[in-house]
Design a protein around this ligand. Structure first.
Ligand code: NDP
Ligand code: 8X3
Length: 264
């Protein structure tokens, strides 16, 4: 099945599909008729998403309950799938997280490891698993979810930003390594999107997480899914290399327009 234009029958692997942007991507790819391999750590979320996509779109969905940062387990799980479920056409490398807002020197080594192991090494594990088959089959598309934080950093965000700068380097480098092949590479880079991202950042503190999205109009996960889908459905000779998607209310990582109560 061609991984462009008509996605019917293609296979899309989405990491971090249990929430936010990943779940929204699963919805649009399922609606377009792609088979889906969805991965995250929370099994209950994946199971209910798979059931919902089956009901709504008649989708064929398989779940992988894995921590993307545990390379050996992810590799084992992927390689024990039936061959037709390993033939990934589109890889959406979306799983990622930020922990805390501490300055660089106060960030715990656990938090540093978690961000680097998930956002960078986890993404690389998936790329390493999927790209050889794409090359062999002569088609494929790797879509990495970067961030505005991969273009500029901000106080209390430097380690997360470092991981997203790394994602940018990995996207650009992969495109170079694949030159001459039909395999495409895109980096979709969101600004402020209202998801569970801030809840994770503030370790479950709902009030702090809600304040991030208060009095402004952030992006919705569906806005980013739309951009991912756009990249995936261009004709085969078109590669959307990088796309920065910001809310109209955002002009830089920490420049967000907030309305006074009652004002438009
Ligand atoms: P959410 O927290 O809503 O979703 C994150 C997803 O990643 C969840 O499905 C989570 O699943 C999964 N995940 C996290 N860690 C792991 C892991 N170790 N192994 C497997 N899955 C994991 O956040 P978003 O949807 O916002 O984030 C998606 C991507 O978008 C991330 O890469 C993020 O950096 C990026 N992004 C987000 C922005 C925003 O403002 N929200 C802006 C720019 C980029 P589970 O917990 O079940 O494992
Ligand atoms: C998420 C956007 O600005 O919170 O990647 O780092 S930001």
């Amino acid at each position: 099945m061609p991984a462009s234009g008509n996605l019917r029958g293609s296979l899309t692997l989405i990491t971090g599909a249990s929430s936010g942007i990943g779940a929204a991507c699963a919805e649009v790819f399922a609606e377009a008729g792609s088979r889906l391999l969805i991965m995250a750590r929370r099994q209950d979320r994946l199971e209910s998403l798979a059931a919902r996509l089956g009901d709504r779109h008649g989708s064929e969905v398989r779940i992988m309950v894995n921590d993307v940062s545990v390379a050996a387990a992810v590799t084992g799980a992927f390689e024990s799938l039936p061959q037709e479920w390993q033939a990934v056409d589109i890889l959406v490398n979306n799983a990622g997280l930020v922990q805390g807002v501490a300055p660089e020197w106060e960030t715990t080594s656990d938090d540093i490891d978690r961000m680097i192991d998930t956002n960078v090494k986890g993404l690389l594990t998936m790329t390493r698993l999927c790209v050889p088959g794409m090359l062999k089959r002569g088609r494929g598309h790797v879509i990495n979810i970067g961030s505005i934080a991969g273009q500029e950093t901000y106080p209390g965000g430097s380690i997360y930003a470092a991981t997203k700068f790394a994602v940018k380097a990995l996207s650009r480098g992969l495109k170079m390594d694949l030159l001459g092949s039909p395999v495409r590479v895109s980096s979709i880079d969101p600004g402020l999107v209202e998801t569970e991202f801030s809840l994770v950042r503030y370790d479950g503190d709902e009030q702090k997480a809600t304040e991030i999205y208060a009095d402004t109009h952030p992006l919705r996960p569906e806005d980013i899914a739309d951009a991912v889908f756009y990249a995936a459905t261009r004709p085969p000779h078109v590669n959307i290399s990088e796309m920065l998607v910001l809310a109209t209310d955002q002009s830089a990582a920490r420049m967000i327009h907030r309305r006074k109560k009652g004002r438009p």
